[in-house]
Write a protein that binds this ligand. Structure first.
Ligand code: NAD
Ligand code: LMR
Length: 340
């Protein structure tokens, strides 16, 4: 693999702690898949975000107008609109600043994220086509699995439409960061909100690479076998939830929390706030994989600067080596689908 570029020293920020005091505070956020397990609590959290003036909730489910009516009764400033079915999609998307996509099916026990590809690929493709037509400058945050393949699909669709900007398309890996911080907070006996831990690569199994050597404060684990067990737990945390829900779906509440954090950070960047940093899966030339997740500086146009991932220790370099072929395969699957 190619030489790794060094990362700047980064501090992760909790998106909920710092609402901007700037005067703009005037953003339209669209949730596509708003009636689902993630979409509903994500809407609940975004309705409380002072940077959101217009919250458009899109889904194909009959309950969608009801979810919008329900959230609209909250006494927070964001105006809520509900949009049900493909004929109302354009109206939902138009003038969007950020479109966050949790639309699509979740895993059941025994499935991999890749098993969701056939159903979810066309959902993301069609949403991306509408964004290309109605809000080509919007930042797009893709939660739908498999994220490693969905981001290439959306990117190819935007390319075909002649509006692709790699700085505006993000695969959401925030939940991996949130989980890593939660687990490390418990191990270290500290508030997880104070733990800064980059998680790089992608969002499935071996492609999830927690860079524990860069954790601040340092992870209080002395022997390598415990580091490896923690790494494995972070990589398999999604499966841990799928198994625990026993057929009832995958992570929804922690995902909504993580998704709201990323959207908040994207908005803070758009709003001109400085030093807003999040990990996400984006177009990349850091490794052989043409999409890769690592810390990013966010700004007025989305991704302002890719901060790279700095030095990895020997164990982490091995994890990266194992991740790259899987990422390459996932990316190709997405691109081949979009080119069909
Ligand atoms: P869910 O089934 O509860 O909700 C999905 C929603 O999408 C439903 O309301 C459904 O009506 C809607 N939908 C389906 N087709 C649609 C379309 N064409 N347009 C708009 N909406 C459509 O599922 P969930 O638990 O909310 O999970 C959603 C996706 O998020 C899954 O693919 C899951 O694997 C993924 N996920 C990703 C992460 C991550 O870290 N990136 C974490 C958890 C879940
Ligand atoms: C997760 O990490 O929780 C999600 O990707 C959902 C899943 O299928 O594990």
């Amino acid at each position: 693999s190619r030489t790794l570029k060094p990362a700047a020293s980064v501090t992760f920020q909790n998106g909920f702690k710092n609402f901007s005091t700037s005067s703009q505070n005037n953003f339209k956020v669209v949730v596509a898949g708003a009636a689902g397990g993630i979409g509903q609590p994500l809407g609940l959290l975004l309705k409380q975000n002072k940077l959101v003036t217009n919250l458009a909730l899109y889904d194909i489910a009959p309950v969608t107008p009801g979810v919008a009516a329900d959230l609209s009764h909250m006494d927070t400033p964001a105006r809520v609109s509900g949009h049900k079915g493909p004929e109302q999609l354009a109206d939902a998307i138009k003038c969007a600043d950020v479109v966050v996509i949790p639309a699509g099916v979740p895993r059941k026990p025994g499935m991999t994220r890749d098993d969701l590809f056939n159903t979810n690929a066309s959902i993301v493709r069609d949403l991306a086509a509408c964004i290309a037509a109605k809000a080509p400058k919007a930042l797009i945050a893709i939660i739908t699995n498999p994220v490693n393949s969905m981001v290439p699909i959306a990117s190819e669709v935007l390319k075909k439409a002649g509006v692709y900007d790699p700085n505006r398309v993000f695969g959401v890996t925030t939940l991996d960061v949130v989980r890593a911080a939660a687990f490390i907070g418990e191990i270290n006996g500290v508030d997880p909100g104070c733990v800064s831990i980059p998680v790089i690569g992608g969002h499935s199994g071996v492609t999830i690479i927690p860079v524990l050597s860069q954790c601040e404060p340092a992870v209080k684990l002395s022997d390598q076998s415990k580091i490896e067990a923690l790494t494995k737990r972070i990589q398999e945390a999604g499966t841990e939830v799928v198994k625990a829900k026993a057929g009832g779906g995958s992570a929804t509440l922690s995902m909504a929390y993580a998704g709201a954090r990323l959207v908040c950070s994207l908005l803070r960047g758009l709003n001109g706030e400085s030093n807003v940093i999040e990990c996400a899966y984006v177009k990349s030339d850091l490794t052989e994989a043409t999409y890769f997740a690592n810390p990013l500086l966010l700004g007025k146009n989305g991704l302002e600067k890719n901060l790279g991932f700095g030095n990895l220790n020997g164990y982490e370099q091995g994890l990266l080596k194992a991740a790259i072929p899987e990422l390459l395969k996932n990316i190709k699957t997405g691109e081949d689908f979009a080119k069909k």
